[in-house]
Design a protein around this ligand. Structure first.
Ligand code: ADP
Length: 487
């Protein structure tokens, strides 16, 4: 039986209860308003290529309205509100999100293409947990930072004002939570722009925020393309810019903000090394490799997209990995059995396919799962490249898809050198039985996050962010509050 064919989908999640509007307007000052641009664009389901809704395309005037609403709410309401009162609103948002978890999960999967199992078990609960976590911080910050020169309790830290936040399409709701929750907890107001291919859960969040009774203008959600994002980050009343997305756009934003004194955090691309030593628990490591690269179709900035296997266990690891590839189900993201869903857009699929061609042209050996993939929608078979080397583009450049570049190594020094010899530095994974090796590597790998004998574990309390071209600033934990505060 072809498990990947639509008609054999074993347990598709029902979409009957999902109520989408035909048209989504901009969420500004507590209400949905028509865009001044009068323009809308279609948002689709990448697994079926069917249109789900039309979404407003905000122009500069719309951005200006949203930022002014946020500034007004900041000056008149949010800045003055006692932290413990602000916390109540953030807790309420968290609770409402939990109550609506199923609806959010299904919409996330329909609009983004990720397996329902991931939306349901990871994205949505983790998004709610970010709101819970940061709600708890809101009233803990006053006087929490001692004056360094006197050692006495310091002043209350100050919020910055309006945060302009731009997020990508790989974890649409979770990224919205990563951005909005710490901003609100620290007393800032927000204008958030979701990615153009995945606006629907952010717009659902806007409905939820409206229902929560959060004062008007504290959170504004505007949709559009890169131009809308550029207008937002460059708006003079925006005091803080938080961006997650590609390294190229991150650099553009950084350049455009030079000299403005706006605070900025950038969480950009990655090309993580997942390193397997010969003393590692091999089966566990193989699962970690699979999770590292195929989770969310590899649309993950911290994806373990470079595998380094110690030479003496390379044959066994690769044989097991190939076997495991054949068991992965690629197909309908709404099917609870699906492991690998749809690629987020045609553009992204074309990019991944062009990298697969580059890998072949560079002389690496390709191994693809023999599974079939649906003919409609955007899908890509899980792909391995063997015998790659540091000079290959598929090793140096971020593909953002289910494509793994494999190299072997002999010594720990060699693998550290190779793992670090890359423009990025977001994350890494280490698989070994020896604690001493883990300690050694966590200090030597130039990566913001290093996972040991696990991969892709996220926790709201744990800071996340990059070195080098992966960006700067941290999100998550206490560190994630700092970029929103003046101490
Ligand atoms: P990807 O390559 O993963 O699509 P992008 O960096 O292009 O990532 O997009 C991430 C987010 O940045 C999206 O919300 C997108 O609309 C926005 N964006 C794109 N270009 C710009 C820009 N010049 N200024 C601000 N935001 C932008």
């Amino acid at each position: 039986m072809e498990t990947t064919d639509w008609k054999y989908a074993a347990a598709p999640e029902s979409t009957d209860h999902i109520k989408l509007k035909n048209r989504y307007d901009l969420f500004i000052n507590g209400e949905f308003v028509k865009p001044n641009s009068k323009k809308y664009f279609a948002t689709i389901n990448p697994a079926t290529e069917e249109k789900l809704a039309d979404v407003a395309d905000a122009n500069e005037k719309d951005v200006d309205l949203a930022v002014n609403a946020a500034k007004n709410a900041y000056d008149k309401v949010w800045k003055k509100m006692p932290a413990k009162e602000r916390a109540k609103y953030i807790f309420r948002i968290a609770r409402l999100m939990q109550e609506r978890a199923r609806e959010f999960s299904v919409i996330e999967t329909m609009n983004g293409g990720k397996p329902i199992r991931e939306s349901r078990d990871i994205d949505v609960p983790l998004a709610a947990n970010h709101f819970f976590y940061y709600a708890g911080w809101a009233d803990k910050l006053d006087y929490a930072f001692p004056n360094l020169s006197t050692g006495k309790a310091g002043k209350k830290p100050e919020s910055l004002g309006v945060a302009g936040q731009i997020i990508p399409w790989n974890f649409p709701l979770l990224m919205a939570a990563w951005k909005i929750a710490p901003a609100l907890a620290t007393g800032n107001t927000v204008v958030l722009k979701p990615a153009e291919t995945t606006p629907l859960t952010a717009l659902k969040l806007a409905e939820l925020i409206q229902e929560s009774g959060l004062p008007d203008g504290v959170v504004n959600i505007i949709t559009g393309f890169g131009k809308t994002g550029a207008a937002l980050v460059n708006h003079p009343k925006v005091s803080k810019v938080a961006f997650t997305g590609s390294t190229d756009v991150g650099k553009l934003i950084q350049k455009s903000l030079a000299g403005t004194n706006k605070k900025i955090t950038l969480e950009l691309g990655g090309k993580a090394a997942n390193i397997v030593f010969d003393d590692a628990p091999i089966d566990q490591a193989v699962e970690g490799i699979v999770n590292g690269i195929f989770f969310n179709q590899g649309h993950v900035c911290c994806a373990g997209s470079r595998l380094f296997v110690q030479e003496n266990v390379a044959d066994i690891v690769i044989a097991k990995l190939k076997q495991r590839l054949e068991t992965l189900i690629v197909g309908n993201p709404l099917d609870k059995n699906t492991d690998i869903g749809a690629i987020n857009s045609k553009e992204q699929l074309d990019k991944i396919n062009s990298y697969i061609k580059i890998g072949i042209d560079e002389g690496a050996e390709i191994y693809q799962s023999k599974c079939s993939v649906p003919t409609k929608g955007f899908f890509c078979k899980p792909t391995l490249f063997l015998h790659t080397s540091q000079s290959h583009r598929i090793v140096q450049e971020e593909i953002f898809g289910p494509v793994l570049a494999i190299q072997t190594f002999r010594t720990i020094e060699e693998v550290i050198e190779k793992a670090n010899n890359i423009p990025y530095g977001l994350s890494a994974g280490v698989w070994t039985d020896k604690g001493s090796k883990i300690f050694n590597l966590t200090t030597k790998l130039r990566a913001g996050v290093v996972w040991a004998n696990t991969y892709n574990k996220f926790d709201p309390a744990s800071p996340f962010g990059g070195y080098k071209e992966s960006g700067f600033g941290r999100e998550g934990g206490l560190h994630g509050l700092m970029p929103y505060l003046n101490l």
